[in-house]
Design a protein around this ligand. Structure first.
Ligand code: ADP
Ligand code: MG
Length: 243
């Protein structure tokens, strides 16, 4: 695994307040190049806020964010090269699978031939060759999320972030797609930041887990470290919980 000098993302005392409430308290975190890092915590613990601060969806209330050593704290989202996958897929309902996946390439001005090649490859990677002309409502939930993942990987973002991407799927499909996402990570080697409130999912998938509660990091470590050496009672209870 990558060492500390190769941090891809560094948060330095980054916080986010809404009015008087801290959605994220001042937080310092280094994400290593190529790792699969999972933000794990209960609802309202600040996971989505942390993703939104990295993607540029939220501007920070304090602190600095570095990407490969460059300060991106005030950079617009489009300039950050970060891909997002959402729980609700966020596909455009009137567009085919092909056009949904092509969308990020079209807004970036890729040529027609390039778009065709990249979209075909991305759909193949998620097992959806032959589904190019389907609209979202003609696809199952799992297939829709595969389109969401294809739309994210198609322009080779330097970081892929997924916010509870499997939350809307049933348990069997969730387990299958956990494996698919892990395989995708191995194949493309991109840095992943993954969000879930499911401790089993985090333990199964992650190189490291960042456990959060009340807008703060409780513990950061490998699945084994969190499982066998929880830092406090909250960590022990949250990691030990079964579904
Ligand atoms: P999680 O993703 O872990 O469920 P969030 O990051 O969405 O948690 O939320 C953390 C806290 O910040 C919650 O208390 C939530 O209500 C608050 N919060 C998040 N986004 C907003 C917003 N846009 N406006 C006001 N409060 C927000
Ligand atoms: Mg959330």
């Amino acid at each position: 695994m990558a060492d500390l000098e190769q941090s891809m993302i560094e948060l330095q005392e980054v916080s986010k307040q809404f009015g008087a409430t801290f959605a994220l308290r001042p937080t310092t975190l280094a994400v290593k190049k190529g790792e699969f890092l999972t933000l794990l915590g209960p609802s309202g613990s600040g996971k989505s806020t942390l993703l939104n601060l990295i993607s540029g969806g939220y501007s920070s209330s304090s602190g600095r964010i570095l990407l490969n050593g460059s300060d991106i704290t005030d950079a617009p989202p489009r300039k950050r090269g970060i891909g997002m996958v959402f729980q609700n897929y966020a596909l455009m309902p009137h567009m085919t699978a092909f056009d949904n996946v092509a969308y990020p390439l079209r807004v970036r001005g890729y040529s027609k031939d390039d778009i065709k090649a990249k979209v075909t490859d991305a759909l193949k990677r998620v097992g959806l060759s032959g589904f190019e002309n389907r609209k979202p409502k003609q696809l199952s939930g799992g297939q829709q999320q595969r389109v969401g993942i294809a739309r994210c990987i198609v322009y080779s973002p330097s970081i892929i972030m997924m916010d509870e991407p499997l939350g809307a799927l049933d348990k069997n499909l969730r387990e299958q797609m956990q494996d698919e996402i892990k395989t995708l990570h191995r194949e493309i080697g991109t840095t992943f930041i993954y969000v879930t409130h499911d401790q089993e999912e985090a333990l199964n998938m992650s190189d490291r887990i960042c456990l959060m509660n009340n807008g703060a990091i409780v513990q950061l470590g490998t699945p084994d470290e969190l499982y066998f050496r929880p830092i406090n009672r909250f960590a022990a209870q949250f990691i030990g919980e079964s579904n």
